[in-house]
Design a protein around this ligand. Structure first.
Ligand SMILES: Cc1cc2nc3c(=O)[nH]c(=O)nc-3n(C[C@H](O)[C@H](O)[C@H](O)COP(=O)(O)OP(=O)(O)OC[C@H]3O[C@@H](n4cnc5c(N)ncnc54)[C@H](O)[C@@H]3O)c2cc1C
Length: 469
């Protein structure tokens, strides 16, 4: 039975309002709004240490464990990490492929990624959030956007569909098993789907015909991929009518704050309106909310209210947020403390989970991915779900982590807490293109030199190597 801590949540809601410099009337807690007046369980204290890596490391090959040891060494202290980050751009590609890529990337091409998906299934991870990692947020690389769209569509049919169908075929008519398999996701980075993305997103509502045409190109590129996914969902539903979660989902990734506000929130809303109609049996598109942003809960509450009014479903991926180091207005837009971000994350996550569990097909949140490496948040979600009945809402709640990040947490959730609804975010693509992504992961892995990196990881690697000898 969940304990109700309503006053605590209202206190948090009040703090969203007081901590932001961008406070507006629209953000003042509305007690009729489910986001601001949820039935909340006790919030996680985040005091729980993540599980040791040793158990997980035993499931890896020696070569993989050795690579992890190198990451551990690189993250032993801030100065060492900073040096590694400085040298990273000059490290030859074969070395990066050998030591870093195999931990964080699913492969260079569709066949490699498909095989990688099968490998993940053996670890109890039924599906992936695929990201063709070709990035150009500054618009300087002159990327062929059409190639990105076409390769992404190929990955829907060449990786996600066969990986899912192979698993569905083994379920017979067992509806519970059919719904335990997580959907396959395609991550769409708005900054990779149009030329000159920064300016296009900043001018998303500029009536100048040049910007209108660019905006339409971005919407069209996202829609081409979402349409494939929408059609695939409808086709597969005819074959597997007891499935209540989507088979496949297009996910709009969140960018920096200015881009979110000027264009990305609206872009994802346009896609919800097109592909998540109330008449559709399942959502095909989800968007992302960054809960390190002080105004994130209020922004999501407004989108939820609008979806209810206009008659479509959201689809929600909840993250803390990846751009804390590069947001220029960090002091005014991001929570002042990590604890503030953690509390906001858990409060919003719990609200969405409970709405989905309670309202099922009638929930306007539609689908949720709890995208986090934080053991406290993932355990909170897992505990709520453990006690929940098998229903549409439960089938639409999925836990996700980046490949190579907190694999000990993923392993623990699967082996000790019976989590089935789990996916990994798997970047793939030309090795040179994934270099920027890998650098960010290195930065993030060493961020605050976490308890499961640095020396603890090196120690766990040595222990695991010795225990196999
Ligand atoms: C499947 C998946 C998809 C993702 N997609 C996106 C995306 O589209 N866009 C995006 O921006 N991020 C995305 N992320 C999140 C991002 O990449 C980081 O992994 C995430 O923010 C790290 O937080 P955590 O929840 O894992 O928890 P933790 O490791 O507990 O938290 C670290 C995070 O807390 C916040 N934080 C740290 N210090 C402070 C402080 N002093 N004050 C306030 N807040 C602080 C920061 O957000 C930091 O990243 C995604 C993550 C996953 C797993």
């Amino acid at each position: 039975m969940l304990r109700i801590y309503r006053p605590r949540v209202m206190a948090i809601a009040r703090r969203y309002v007081s901590q932001t410099a961008q406070t507006s009337n629209a953000m003042v807690a509305d007690t009729t709004d489910p986001m601001m007046n949820p039935m909340q369980p006790k919030l996680s204290s985040h005091s729980q240490l993540p599980p040791s890596s040793v158990a997980y490391l035993k499931t890896l090959s020696r070569a993989e464990v050795f690579s992890l040891g190198m990451i551990g060494l690189a993250t032993t202290s801030k100065p060492v990490l900073n040096l590694v980050i400085k040298l990273f751009p000059y490290v030859p590609m074969p070395l990066i492929k050998m030591f870093v890529s195999r931990l964080y990337c699913g492969g260079d091409n569709i066949n490699e990624v498909k095989t990688f998906g099968e490998k993940l299934q053996k670890r109890g991870i039924s599906n992936m959030m695929l990201s063709l990692t070709i990035e150009d947020s500054e618009g300087t690389k002159n990327i062929d956007i059409n190639y990105i769209v076409e390769e992404t569509i190929k990955s829907v049919h060449g990786v996600l569909k066969p990986n899912l169908v192979n698993q569905l075929e083994k379920c017979g008519n067992d509806a519970k098993k059919i719904n335990e398999i997580a959907p396959g996701y395609i991550a769409l980075k708005p900054s990779a789907l149009v030329s000159n993305p920064h300016d296009v997103l900043m001018n998303f509502n500029n009536p100048d015909p040049h910007w209108v045409a660019q905006r339409e190109k971005l919407i069209d590129n996202c829609s081409r991929i979402a349409q494939e996914i929408y059609d695939l969902n409808n086709d597969l539903l005819k074959k597997y009518p007891s499935r209540t979660a989507p088979f496949c989902v297009a996910t709009i990734d969140a960018e920096k704050y200015d881009l979110q506000n000027s264009g990305v929130y609206e872009l994802q809303r346009i896609l919800f309106q097109k592909f998540n109609k109330l008449s559709s049996p399942m959502v095909s598109v989800i968007g992302t909310w960054q809960l390190y942003l002080v105004d994130s809960a209020a922004q999501l509450a407004r989108e939820h209210a609008r979806a209810m009014k206009e008659g479509y479903k959201l689809g929600v991926k909840l993250v803390r947020g990846a751009y804390i180091h590069s947001e220029t207005k960090r002091d005014s837009i991001i929570f002042k403390t990590k604890e503030g971000t953690d509390e906001n994350y858990d409060a919003v996550m719990t609200t969405v989970i409970q709405d989905l569990l309670k309202n099922g097909t009638k929930s306007y949140y539609g689908h949720l991915v709890v995208a986090s490496h934080n053991y406290g948040s993932q355990m909170l979600a897992t505990k709520i779900l453990k006690d929940a009945p098998e229903n549409v809402g439960k089938a639409n709640i999925v836990l996700g982590q980046l490949l190579g990040m907190s694999d000990n947490v993923t392993h623990d959730l699967i082996t000790k807490h019976g989590a089935k609804n789990i996916i990994k975010y798997v970047p793939w693509g030309p090795p040179l293109e994934t270099k920027d992504y890998l650098l960010r992961r290195l930065q993030e892995n060493g961020d605050a030199v976490k308890s499961d990196n640095g020396f603890p990881l090196v120690k766990a690697v040595i222990k695991s190597l010795f225990s196999r000898a």
